[in-house]
Design a protein around this ligand. Sequence first.
Ligand code: IDC
Length: 474
Amino acid sequence: MTTVPPRLRRHLVAAAAVVAVAAAATAALPTANAMAATGCAVTYTTNSWSGGFTANITITNLGDPINGWTLGWTFPNSSQRVQQGWSASYSQSGSVVTAQNVGYNGSLATNASTSIGFNGSWAGSNPNPTSFTLNGTVCTGSVTPTDPPTDPPTTTPPPPTGTTPVAINGQLRVCGVNLCNAYGRPIQLRGMSTHGLQWFSQCYNDASLDALATDWLADLLRISMYVQEDGYETDPAGFTNRVNTLVEEATERGLYAMIDFHTLTPGDPMYNLDRAKTFFAAVSARHANKNNVIYEITNEPNGVSWSTIKNYAEQVIPVIRANDPDAIVVVGTRAWSSLGVSEGGNSTEVINNPVNASNIMYAFHFYAASHKDNYRAELERAAARLPMFVTEFGTVTYTGGGAVDVASSNAWLDLLDRLKISYANWTFSDANEGSAAFRPNTCYGGTYTGTGVLTESGNLMRSRIRTPDNFPTS
Ligand code: IDC
């Protein structure tokens, strides 16, 4: 037996321990012909709808650098098929799938990631695979955050028992680029946004919300809670309570409730990251068991890069998911939620680098008198690739004031209807500005129904929102 000097023996034991703990050793053994360390982590998230799904896969190489890779997995259900993929070449035999790198993403340094995806089909049930191999090694590493799979129910829900938007459509989910109801069918929600709760609290009461539900026949109330400008930061508990109360009021009336964390100035959402985590932890815990709450995590980022917004979203979304795993989350986009257009960009930055989470949508905002054909074209282009939600728009200029641009507003609304893009109009208030739906001082009276209390913008919006929804239920 050869004797190994004690110091070297310790060294060898330590090196072996590293390899045993994880296939993901980052350093090769200190011998000339040591095998390369291998290891990997995979996140696999899906958006599913009746018969179809999109899978987004991120592969992280936790081993030594590799040049060329094959990812392998087995679908848990033999009906699941890869139909059309991107960023890898796919082949499937029975339930066994391999995805091979394409030219530009074959080299992965240690800890480097690459994202691939595909559209697939399924029948019966659509569970996610749970085990993956990279170049034959089982991936044991983990990366955060990962979302729980959002598989649809395996049975079609029974016919609705009520007539409100929530009674008919139930829990919504993102399916492909659409917003789908519990029957897996694309729908459009049409509704109104509050003004800042710090200024217009008097406008949100039983009579006004009844009018929104039963006279306007709206589907959605967006609850705008400013963070600055005398908003949340001045009284977190008070504003959280106010939002919670309005969510309950919307729920009682069968409306969807969108909780808008209304950041505006400063434009960097990271400025409010800690507040957002505190706020969304509280409201998502409170409303976890409801099926009508949508979370809008940042209103209008501006003056910051898309990667900053994405980083913010990937920190806030897990806080919500921890309490309310199936709720839709809407992420603001660059340049006041213009998909970057108002700062010279476009949606390609989001398409190429989407938020790493499932069941999310992206916000687009416009003001019809200021934003016209080039904004419409960009929204339409983006909506073919990304789930879009117009969480705020005005019929006037971006200041919130000025005259209603009827032609541009109707062009926008026709586009949103055609693409089934959901929307909330700014504002369901009596603010003394062109975008407000009610004439000044309406909120100090008791009447909110009919057209006598409405501005030109209010009349236009009420007549558009009142047309029948015809939600599909089979
Ligand atoms: C405007 C209000 C106005 C208020 C101002 C304060 O209409 O009464 O004085 O905010 O910041 C947005 C924002 C929204 C703006 C709106 C109109 O999301 O907060 O409201 N707008 O300027 N983005 C584009 C336009």
